[in-house]
Design a protein around this ligand. Structure first.
Ligand code: NAI
Length: 401
């Protein structure tokens, strides 16, 4: 019988969990045995009893939970020191963040683990129900607006009262991917006046369909800024300059700015400088959702609220964890949808299907080796640049990406 382990997350401030009582039951229906570490669901409001009722065994330590596991489901990468408890040959599936965890990949291969990064799932139709980047970014976009509303300390909608009229808050969303589009929708629902920008032309119609105004430098480069995979390219210096001029002018009238701009495997593009913030209305609030990848906003600090020229910049990391009860439900379903797709119709779970296109794209380590072409030690050319959350974001650099 396939044994699935659900350890309690140990990463700082990580409240999510990789399985819910609902997905535990589904795994059991598939014929699995599920072991959940005591307290694993606490941060997401799932009690141990509910997991037991769904059919899981509860173990009180990490070592007992992962003992003899065939598959270990996680939210974050399991750290080096905990690896010795994992059985050789086990499969670990989670958001393993391979770009920032290169060193850890060596340990995974040394421990003969087969590791799969959910972030590397191809964005193809078949995999939509497994897409953790979308499910979590969507909630991060929602939460970013809630965080901004709390710190802003003023109302979002226009209110006409006997005591006077309160103007609507003006919100500018930069980067209209999954997180940005949800931020736009949420801010609109809350009554704000919303504008948004992106470098991908496809974003224009999506922004407008949500009732927000689209603002961008729409030149020849903009027309070609989307890769075949639907992501943004790094923009040229001259585009960045034009974009900065547009933003510098627009931002002077914005009360709240939410930035979500990312380029896969690259540092986040710097979009807002401290000088721009100086021109914003008093008491304005900025939220930098890209802070963990170097940040879109000068002066943003990972995990903190910073004060710059009378404005507050929210640099909270891991926003999905700040809405953990919901994000865990979606994350756990994504994982279940992926794992159950590894099942063979006749034989049930028969080891990793190595020729499956999803597995091929996501497999980092296998049979004692780093196997992913983007992360192999000897493959320097393929290595994407990365800027970590700990890097200072203080300097008002050029609009380098
Ligand atoms: P992301 O998280 O990589 O980036 C966020 C946004 O920032 C993107 O819209 C990007 O164009 C924008 N951006 C990058 N550089 C910028 C700059 N200098 N200025 C302004 N904006 C900038 O993107 P996300 O949210 O993952 O979505 C990327 C694409 O993938 C979208 O087209 C989305 O529709 C598509 N997608 C496809 C799925 C599927 O087919 N299953 C699932 C989810 C998303």
């Amino acid at each position: 019988m396939t044994r699935i382990a659900i350890p309690k997350e140990t990463f700082k401030n990580e409240s999510r969990v990789s399985a819910t009582p609902e997905t535990v039951k589904k795994f059991i229906d598939l014929g699995c045995e599920v072991v959940v570490e005591k307290g694993a669901g606490e941060g997401s409001s799932f009690k141990d009893d509910t997991y037991s009722e769904a059919g899981a065994t509860i173990e009180s330590t990490f070592a007992a939970t992962v003992k003899d596991a065939d598959i270990v489901l996680t939210v974050r990468a399991i750290e080096k020191d905990a690896l010795k408890a994992l059985p050789s040959g086990a499969i670990m599936i989670g958001q393993l963040n391979p770009y920032d965890n290169r060193e850890l990949l060596n340990h995974y291969s040394q421990h003969n683990l087969s590791t799969l990064a959910m972030e590397l799932l191809p964005r193809i139709t078949r995999a939509q129900s497994m897409d953790v980047l979308s499910s979590q970014a969507n909630l991060a976009g929602y939460r970013a607006v809630i965080e901004a509303a709390e710190v802003y300390g003023r109302a979002f909608p226009m209110m006409m009262t006997a005591a006077g009229t309160v103007p609507a808050a003006r919100i500018f969303v930069m980067g209209a991917g999954v997180a940005g589009l949800q931020a736009i929708a949420t801010a609109r629902r809350m009554g704000a006046q919303v504008t948004a920008t992106d470098v991908r032309p496809a974003a224009k119609e999506q922004v407008q369909s949500l009732g927000a105004k689209f603002i961008a430098v729409e030149d020849e480069e903009f027309k070609e800024a989307e890769t075949a995979g639907g992501y943004a390219k790094s923009m040229s210096e001259s585009y960045q300059k034009k974009q900065a001029e547009l933003v510098a002018d627009h931002i002077t009238k914005q009360n709240i700015v939410i930035t979500t701009a990312l380029i896969p495997g690259k540092p986040a593009p710097r979009l807002i400088t401290k000088d721009m913030i100086k021109t914003m209305p008093e008491g304005s609030v900025l939220v930098d959702l890209a802070v963990e990848r170097g940040g879109n906003i000068g002066g943003a600090k990972a995990g903190e609220i910073t004060h710059v020229h009378g404005s507050k910049i929210i640099g909270y990391t891991n926003l999905p964890s700040r809405i953990a009860a919901t994000s865990s439900v979606l994350y756990a379903k994504n994982l279940y949808n992926f794992v159950s797709a590894l099942w063979n119709k006749d034989k049930g779970f028969d080891g990793l299907p190595l020729d499956d296109e999803l597995v091929k794209a996501m497999l980092l380590t296998h049979a004692g080796k780093i196997v992913h072409p983007g992360f192999k030690e000897d493959d320097e050319a393929d290595k994407p640049a990365s800027r970590s959350a700990s890097d200072s974001n203080d300097a008002d650099e050029e609009y380098a990406s």
